[in-house]
Ligand binder design. Structure first.
Ligand code: UDX
Ligand code: ADP
Length: 463
């Protein structure tokens, strides 16, 4: 079987970039990305590809090349499902905010809706591909819905988790470490797996395309994210010990990273990891482990989250303590709001939690982020539901110019590692601030020596 038409449900951070690259690399395949969110689709279709709704380096060029040729963005979900041989599900699976498993389990309502819609529309056999990160054994639920509510056609469910990291999505998609495809270990399952292998083989060498059973594939994605997040929590745990002992966490990270068994990546101490995956996936893992009665396994992984929450709180506490135990009515400027550089995504960004703590202490927060829009900052804080929306609006101001954001501030906190922050005229910023002028570098990206010589009181993570 050959895939000639792909439909992707969900035009978000995963679906958008992934489909754009598939379309670019497979001009013979028609790729249609659909979403219920009309504005989002309108933005993807903006004639100027610099205005597409997701910021990723290189993405606008890929979209410019493929859009209108074999890449389409549409709100006509049913038509796209009907026409495609392969349907990717890339909808969001946030942590449940209600009912059983609240705060832990993945909310699968959007997935179920997709499955029901596919079942209703499909009049020919389809391959359904789980692209969103899903708890292990979700494929079983999808299959049951498809088989029981469908029109008698055959469905093959594949798990094909996305390993791209935001901020590097395009290069990750073009040169993946591996592609993972899980499917049924039946002749029909193998046929479906091979059809998807052939799609990726247009630009990825076959030895990097790994095939497994569905459950291994689903669990591998959660495992990969848990291992990566664990490295960050481990180095962050060491960062506090470094601060107490006179060790420097960057030196420690370099020293251990040269051990080939450990490796050098993902050892940057920070104010804490954010993003849509790590916390959600680990909570999922914890929930799944608990549901099988594996309490020790659950506790082990939960500690990664506990450490991350502690690291964020530790950062805000440090700001308060250093500013003479009070930040009431003091202006604190955040440089960065996104959860990492080179993305406009703010989901679970440490900045949100640090701001929330400081607003509780009655600080006034000014924010500058090169890619995050003003209303996003307020809606992120409102989403926490800690206080009235009007109170957040009174406490937080956002700026389009970093120098204006820093004017008159008592302290600057670096929350995202945007490259441009290292290139600022720090003398000019110092001159415009209240004295003593403090910097809390939550990403360890600034030049400590230079800042100290200007007169800043410089604080980093882990030294
Ligand atoms: C992650 C996984 O890397 C990716 O494979 C998976 O598909 C989705 O989840 P993402 O969340 O986009 O990707 O970004 P990632 O680069 O992993 O960073 C996550 C968070 O960890 C960010 O807040 C980042 O700033 C932080 N981080 C990362 C550190 O604090 N220190 C590090 O050394 C690395
Ligand atoms: P991710 O990071 O997983 O891509 P996003 O929230 O960026 O998450 O994107 C998920 C997208 O899926 C959103 O744009 C949302 O509107 C869309 N979506 C959710 N449910 C459905 C559905 N049933 N049909 C179509 N689109 C959906």
């Amino acid at each position: 079987m050959k895939v000639t038409k792909i439909c992707c449900i969900g035009a978000g951070y995963v679906g958008g970039p992934t489909m754009a690259v598939i379309a670019q690399k497979c001009p013979h395949i028609q790729v249609t990305v659909v979403d219920l969110n009309e504005q989002r689709i309108k933005d993807w279709n903006d004639p100027n590809t610099d205005n597409i709704p997701i910021y990723e380096p290189g993405l606008s060029d890929v979209v410019a090349e493929a859009r209108g040729r074999n890449l389409f963005f549409s709100t006509d979900v049913e038509k796209a499902i009907d026409e495609a041989e392969a349907i990717f599900i890339s909808v969001n699976t946030p942590t449940k905010t209600y009912g059983k498993g609240k705060g832990m389990a993945a909310d699968l309502k959007y997935i179920e809706l997709c499955a029901r819609q596919i079942a209703k529309v499909a009049k020919s056999n389809k391959i359904v591909v789980e692209k969103s990160t899903l708890p292990v054994r979700t494929a079983e639920a999808i299959k049951s819905i498809l088989d029981n509510t469908g029109n008698g056609v055959q469905f093959q469910i594949l798990s094909n988790p996305e390993f791209l990291a935001e901020g590097t999505a395009v290069t990750d998609l073009l040169n993946p470490d591996r592609i993972l495809i899980g499917g049924d270990t039946t002749p029909e399952g193998y046929t479906a797996i091979n059809a998807l292998v052939d799609v990726y083989a247009n630009w990825v060498s076959k030895d990097k395309i790994l095939t497994t059973n569905v459950w291994s594939s689903e669990l591998s994605k959660l495992t990969a994210n848990a291992f990566l997040a664990q490295r960050i929590s481990s180095i962050n745990a060491m960062s506090e010990l470094c601060e107490k002992t006179g060790a420097d966490v960057s030196e420690v990270a370099r020293a251990i990273g040269m051990d080939s068994r450990i490796g050098s990546k993902f050892l940057k101490a920070s104010v804490g990891f954010g993003g849509s995956c790590f916390q959600k996936d680990i909570l999922n893992l914890v929930y799944i482990a608990k549901s099988y009665g594996l309490n020790e396994v659950a506790d082990y992984w939960e500690q990664v989250i506990i450490m991350n929450d502690y690291q964020k709180r530790r950062f805000s506490n440090k700001i308060v303590q250093t500013l003479y135990n009070t930040v009431a009515d003091k202006k604190i400027t955040f440089l960065g709001w996104a959860f990492k550089k080179d993305t406009n995504d703010t989901r679970e960004s440490a900045a949100i939690y640090v701001a929330d703590d400081l607003i509780n202490e009655q600080a006034k927060i000014s924010v500058y982020d090169p890619k995050v829009l003003k209303n996003k900052i307020l809606s992120d804080l409102d989403y926490l539901d800690t206080r009235k929306s009007s109170e957040n609006a009174d406490a937080v101001l956002s700026f389009e110019n970093p120098y204006e954001a820093c004017e008159g501030a008592h302290a600057i906190a670096i929350l995202t590692e945007w490259d441009e922050f290292t290139k600022y005229d720090w003398q000019k910023i110092y001159d415009s601030m209240q004295k003593p002028a403090f910097i809390f570098d939550g990403r360890n990206i600034l030049n400590a020596k230079e800042l100290k010589s200007i007169g800043f009181i410089y604080n980093s993570i882990g030294s």
